[in-house]
Design a protein around this ligand. Structure first.
Ligand code: NZQ
Ligand code: ZN
Length: 396
């Protein structure tokens, strides 16, 4: 397989790296729009550090606060307006995937006359965008080092991803101490998301990627080892640092660069967030084991899925390699369930979070068609009927 490796984000990793923020921002101009969420950065003191850097470098500060989890199109429109009115030079996101993704859309919308939802829903290629810089405060989405952003429109119950090389942040500041304040549940959800990003590429059509498979197994083991530790010891630097660097590398294009097959659990989950505004990582933790069982039940004659689950179970969860292939495959799914529901303490089913089957049919259709065709074209083609069955399995 041929591919181009190009990850242009400059990463400032480690405690105290925020000291370089002012100088980095100055490279891109003098008017900075700081985009953040519901206020966690004010409680933790990250806001003060950022403002000190901006002021110290003699830059002009504009602010957009209140970016909600699963960022909404209305907030992005507000940001675009601020950029256009004040001739903003650079978008600075401080937070998690929601603040970073919102900044990416704001950066694109600021350079276009088109409404941002038209750009997203019609997948109009982004040809110009303001430079984006991020300060990461939660390990999860990898948006700090990837070319993707996801936007929600609750009027139409849609949640759409979009990618552009212009969405790679120019620079990202990843200080693990900034994630000490992330609560146990958000740490669990973020970790489930990181694990899912790895599993989406690992369990896919292009096989025989030996080097990448071993790298992904190492990253998955990192999440499994450190997520519970970070939940119980929130200020454990080693745990937070390992999770943070894994969140970036799980999705920055390193693993998927030569394995571009579509993902399976993400489109299925995005419909749950689109209809019910649930936390992305929680939705993935509910969907993923059901998806695993579904594709295993529809294995090919050679049992190649069972074989991959066997490898995963042995190499990631330490299942005894002498276990039979099919039994090990089944045990691997159970290990994933145990990790999500016992070790991370995440909710197990849709009914536990108050979701019933009333929209399954519409959600399944939207998920199946989100790539422009009639199915999610991943490891196993998932048509609307398949996805509906997976949602049903998620109920209890
Ligand atoms: O809003 P604030 O007050 O900052 O609180 C946030 C929010 O409530 C809080 N938080 C963040 N850092 C904290 C903190 N609380 C205490 N201390 C800190 N240091 O955590 C909550 C969740 O934040 P959010 O940004 O929503 O989480 P996450 O990073 O998981 O982002 C989720 C969004 O990213 C999208 C998801 O779909 C969702 O919309 N994704 C983006 C991807 C990408 N760009 O490549 C890929 C992913 O698969 C995902 O789809
Ligand atoms: Zn994700």
């Amino acid at each position: 397989m041929s591919f181009v490796y190009d990850i242009p984000t400059k990463v400032f990793f480690g405690e105290g790296q925020i000291e370089n923020l002012g100088a980095q921002l100055s490279v891109y101009g003098s008017r900075v729009l700081l985009v953040y969420g519901g206020g966690s950065i004010k409680k933790t003191g990250v806001y003060d550090k950022i403002v000190a850097q901006i002021k110290g470098a003699g830059l002009e500060l504009y602010e957009l606060s209140g970016i909600e989890p699963n960022p909404k199109v209305e907030s992005v429109r507000r940001g675009i307006e601020i950029c256009k009115k004040n001739k903003i030079d650079v978008c600075l996101a401080a937070g998690g995937g929601s603040a970073m993704d919102a900044s990416k859309f704001i950066a694109a919308g600021a350079c276009s006359d088109e409404d941002i939802w038209t750009i997203v829903s019609k997948k109009i290629p982004v040809t110009k965008a303001l430079p984006i810089v991020t300060v990461l405060t939660i390990s999860a989405t990898g948006s700090e080092m990837d070319p993707t952003a996801v936007l929600s429109n609750m009027q139409t119950n849609e949640k759409s991803p979009m990618s552009s090389p212009l969405f790679f942040p120019k620079a990202s500041f990843c200080d693990p101490t900034f994630t000490y304040s992330v609560g146990a549940n958000q740490t669990a959800c973020g970790s489930a998301d990181i694990l899912s990003h790895l599993m989406e590429v690992y369990f896919n059509r292009n096989q025989n990627l030996f080097m990448l498979d071993r790298c992904m197994e190492g990253m998955m083991k990192t999440v499994i080892k450190y997520a519970p530790l970070a939940m119980h010891e929130p200020d454990n630097y080693e745990a937070r640092a390992n999770l943070m660097w894994t969140s970036s590398w799980a999705i920055n294009g390193f693993t998927s660069g030569c394995n571009k097959a579509p993902w399976s659990c993400h489109p299925v989950e995005h419909q749950l967030s689109a209809y019910y505004d649930i936390t992305h990582g929680l939705g993935l933790a509910i969907v993923t084991p059901r998806w695993m069982r579904y594709v295993l039940a529809n294995d090919d004659e050679q049992g190649s899925r069972a074989q991959k689950f066997y490898e995963f179970g042995v190499n990631v969860f330490g299942i005894d390699p002498s276990t039979g292939k099919n039994q090990a495959a089944e045990m691997a799914v159970e290990k994933v369930e145990e990790f999500f529901y016992s070790k991370l303490g995440l909710k197990k089913s849709l009914s536990e979070i108050g979701i019933g089957r009333e929209h399954f049919s519409d959600m399944a259709k939207k998920a199946a068609e989100c790539g422009g065709g009639d199915c999610v074209n991943g490891w196993q083609k998932l048509y609307a009927a398949d996805i509906e069955k997976i949602y049903e399995a998620c109920l209890n």
